[in-house]
Design a protein around this ligand. Structure first.
Ligand code: PLP
Length: 471
C-alpha cells in the first residue's frame, strides 16, 4: 500500500516512511491511496478474534512493507493484559438505555491516547533500528498527550524525548504522572509560560532546518498516521463486542478535539464496518459541532479558545480534519490545498453545499456540551448506574443521549478515567473517593525529575544539545 498527501504534491511513500513523519512536505496530511474494503465474509472471520489477532489482520493491510512476523511481534508486545488491564483490551460495557461505553482508557496513563501511543513507541523503535536512525522527539503538552508519549517512549532505543509543559499549570496528578519517570531518555521541561508558549518553542525548533537535521527532531502529534491506524482497530473490536451479527448496525459517539479519534471511526466506516452514524461531541470549543451542523468551518485563534473542564478537547483548529475533507471533495487535492491554505491564513471555508453528503453519505452528526452539562451528566449517570465517568466522556454521553433516535444503539468512546480529573468530579458529586488503578496509587509522593526553563527556545535547544550527539 502506498501513501499520498491530501495536497497531491508529495511522492507516494511506504508505511514505515510515513510513520516517522509529521506534515507531508507539501503541507498536507499523509493517507493511503484508498481504504481497503472489508466484506461480510471477512467481518465474520474477524468477529471472534482476540484484540492482538484482530489488530494484526487490520494493520497488515496498511503496513505492507513490514514483514508480517515483525508486525505481529510489535502488536503482541503492545496490547498486553498487563498494560491495558484486561484480555479484551477495550471492553464494551452497558451504560444507560442503549448507550454503551467503549472503554479506551485502561492503559498506563488512564486516557485513550495510550491505545495509539503505546503502539507508536514500539513501531518507532522497530523502524528506527531497521533504518539505523535515531529520533529526538520534542513536544508540548498541557496534560494527556505528553504523559501518553512519555510512557510509550520511555526506555526505547535510539529515541530521546524532550517534553515541555507550562510550569505550575498542570494538576498534581498530571505533574506526578510525567515528572516521576526516571528513565534516562525522558526529559521533562517546565517552561515558565503558558501551554501556547511551549507550543511556540516546539514550532521554532522545528522550523530551524539546520537544528532539526543535526539533532533528528521529530514529533508524535495527533496527525501521525500510525496513531490513526492503531485507533481504527478498536472500532472494529467495539462493533463486534456490541453486536451478534453483521446485519446489526451501531452508531458511535466520540468526544472530539483534533478530530483524530473520530477520524479513525470514520475510516473504519469507510472500510465497510456497519456503523450507522458518527456522532461528534464537542465542548464549548465547538468548531466541529458548527461544521457538521452547517457545513461552515471557522477555526478560532488561541485567544478565542476557552479553557474548560474537559481540557483535552480545548482546540481551536482540528488538525486531522483535512483527511476527511479530502474524501468529501472526491480527492480534489487542488481544492483541499486551496481551502487549507485559507485556514493557515486565519480564514475559514464554507462547504454548506455539501451538507447533505456530509450527513447522509458519511453519516456525520454533531452536538455540544457545556460545563454545566458535564456536571449534570456525571451526576445523572452516577445516580442511574453507580458508574463514574470522566468529564470528556461525559461530553460524549450528553451528546449521545441528546441525539439518540428510537432504537439507536450508541457506543460512546470513554476517553479518560475520572481519577485524572478529581476537581471536576467532586464539583459534580461532592467529596468522593475516586477509584485508582493500582499502578497510580501513591504517585504524587514519588520523587520528581523536571528542569525549569525560561520561556525561550534557545534554552530548550541548549538542553537538547547537552543530551543528544549532533549528526
Ligand atoms: C485527546 C483527547 C480527546 C480528543 O481526541 P481527538 O483525537 O483530538 O479528537 C478527548 N478526550 C481525551 C481525554 C483526550 O485525551
Amino acid at each position: 500500500m502506498k501513501y499520498i498527501s491530501t495536497r497531491g504534491k508529495t511522492e507516494p511513500m511506504l508505511f514505515s516512511d510515513v510513520l516517522l513523519m509529521g506534515l507531508a512536505p507539501d503541507g498536507g496530511l499523509m493517507l493511503p491511496e484508498s481504504y481497503p474494503q472489508i466484506d461480510d465474509e471477512v467481518l465474520t472471520q474477524w468477529r471472534t478474534l482476540g484484540y492482538t489477532d484482530l489488530a494484526f489482520e487490520i494493520m497488515k493491510l496498511f503496513a505492507t512493507d513490514i514483514p508480517e512476523q515483525d508486525l505481529q511481534d510489535i502488536i503482541n508486545k503492545t496490547y498486553t493484559k498487563q498494560a491495558f488491564n484486561s484480555d479484551e483490551i477495550t471492553p464494551v460495557t452497558k451504560l444507560y438505555q442503549g448507550v454503551d461505553l467503549l472503554e479506551l482508557s485502561n492503559g498506563p496513563t488512564l486516557a485513550f491516547k495510550d491505545m495509539a501511543m503505546q503502539f507508536l513507541g514500539n513501531a518507532f523503535e522497530y523502524v528506527l533500528s531497521k533504518k539505523g536512525e535515531r529520533l529526538t522527539i520534542i513536544g508540548a503538552t498541557s496534560g494527556d498527550t505528553g504523559s501518553a508519549a512519555e510512557y510509550a517512549l520511555r526506555g526505547k532505543q535510539n529515541i530521546e524525548v524532550f517534553m515541555m509543559s507550562p510550569h505550575g499549570k498542570m494538576s498534581a496528578f498530571q505533574r506526578a504522572q510525567m515528572y516521576s519517570l526516571d528513565d534516562k531518555n525522558i526529559h521533562n521541561i517546565a517552561v515558565q509560560g503558558m501551554f501556547d508558549d511551549c507550543q511556540e518553542i516546539v514550532k521554532k525548533l522545528q522550523e530551524d532546518h539546520d537544528f532539526k537535521q543535526k539533532y533528528s527532531l521529530g514529533t508524535v502529534n495527533s496527525i501521525n498516521w500510525g496513531r490513526i491506524l492503531a485507533q481504527i482497530v478498536y472500532y472494529f473490536k467495539g462493533y463486534f463486542a456490541a453486536t451478534q451479527n453483521n446485519h446489526e448496525t451501531i452508531s458511535v459517539c466520540v468526544p472530539s478535539g483534533n478530530f483524530g479519534n473520530v477520524c479513525a471511526a470514520h475510516i473504519a466506516r469507510e472500510m465497510g464496518l456497519p456503523i450507522d452514524r458518527l456522532i461528534v461531541a464537542t465542548n464549548e470549543n465547538d468548531v466541529l459541532n458548527e461544521f457538521f451542523n452547517t457545513g461552515k468551518y471557522q477555526p478560532r485563534t488561541s485567544d478565542e479558545t476557552f479553557v474548560t473542564s474537559s481540557p483535552s478537547m480545548d482546540i481551536s483548529k482540528a488538525s486531522n480534519f483535512e483527511r476527511f475533507i479530502y474524501l468529501l471533495l472526491d480527492k480534489d487535492t487542488q481544492k483541499v490545498a486551496q481551502l487549507f491554505t485559507q485556514v493557515r491564513q486565519g480564514n475559514g471555508f464554507d462547504l454548506s453545499e455539501n451538507l447533505n453528503k456530509i450527513q447522509e453519505t458519511f453519516g456525520f452528526v454533531a452536538g455540544k456540551s457545556t460545563h454545566q452539562d458535564r456536571l449534570d451528566t456525571i451526576r445523572f449517570i452516577f445516580e442511574q448506574t453507580q458508574r463514574l465517568i470522566d468529564p470528556h466522556t461525559a461530553d460524549g454521553v450528553k451528546v449521545a443521549l441528546d441525539l439518540q433516535q428510537p432504537n439507536e444503539r450508541i457506543l460512546v468512546a470513554e476517553t479518560a478515567l475520572p481519577a485524572k480529573f478529581e476537581e471536576t468530579m467532586s464539583e459534580a458529586l461532592g467529596e468522593i473517593d475516586l477509584p485508582r488503578p493500582a499502578h497510580t496509587v501513591g504517585l504524587e509522593e514519588k520523587p520528581q525529575y523536571v528542569t525549569v526553563a525560561e520561556n525561550r527556545a534557545e534554552e530548550v535547544a541548549d538542553l537538547i544539545k547537552q543530551f543528544v550527539q549532533p549528526n
